[in-house]
Design a binder for this molecule. Sequence first.
Ligand code: MG
Length: 264
Amino acid sequence: MLVASDLDRTLIYSAAALGLTMPDRDAPRLLCVETYEHRPLSYMTETAAGLLAELAARAVFVPATTRTREQYQRVRLPGPPAAYAVCANGGHLLVDGESDPVWQAHVRRELTDCAPLDEMRAHLRHTADPGWLLKERVAEELFAYLVVDRDRLPDTYVKELGDWAGPRGWTVSLQGRKIYAVPRPLTKSAAVAEIARRTGAPVTYAAGDSLLDSDLLLAADHGWRPGHGELADSGWDAAHITALEERGVAAGERILREALRRAR
Ligand SMILES: [Mg+2]
């Protein structure tokens, strides 16, 4: 079987996203799986780390992330290196760590019907307010994202951006401090379907917390979403997807426990 999972706020968590609501003496031991500029950045529970190592040995485990390749490559997940990974929201399909050129060419063809990236960036620069905009970034020359001050971001901005982007073939997603604008054909599910085809895996499981994971979840045979995040907040639901109660890093552990139970 194949298990494709989002990383950030699904399997791995920044300190701010851990959601450790229990008394300190009961908090789970954590494993740091990413450092950035010499500082610890992302964690999973020690128990989740053990579950992931076993899962990766028993199933085709596919990290499926919106991160760029560079951002992905600093994550050091437990277990053997993933033979396949999806980066840039499906823009890059990594095979043994290298981006597959055949997939890159396929992606370029798929994007010809969407408004160009430059048009989206011009709109973002025109509409974003320096009062809440912290950074504007381009990822892999494929899509753009804004890093924003959530406390100052007007409630209406993401909706208005989505209304503008939709007819131009782009999707907008708000995740933590980041607003992503991504061409609609650039999906995790398309890349995971290609991996399922190449590996011959008959069954696919998926996990994710944000709008950019919804296609991945819908395309899977079964899946899980955490009790936190963009999908949970919007009440997103599907018959074959289990909406977990767990929030924060505990949700990551539960997802891995459920996936491993099926792999066994
Ligand atoms: Mg996520």
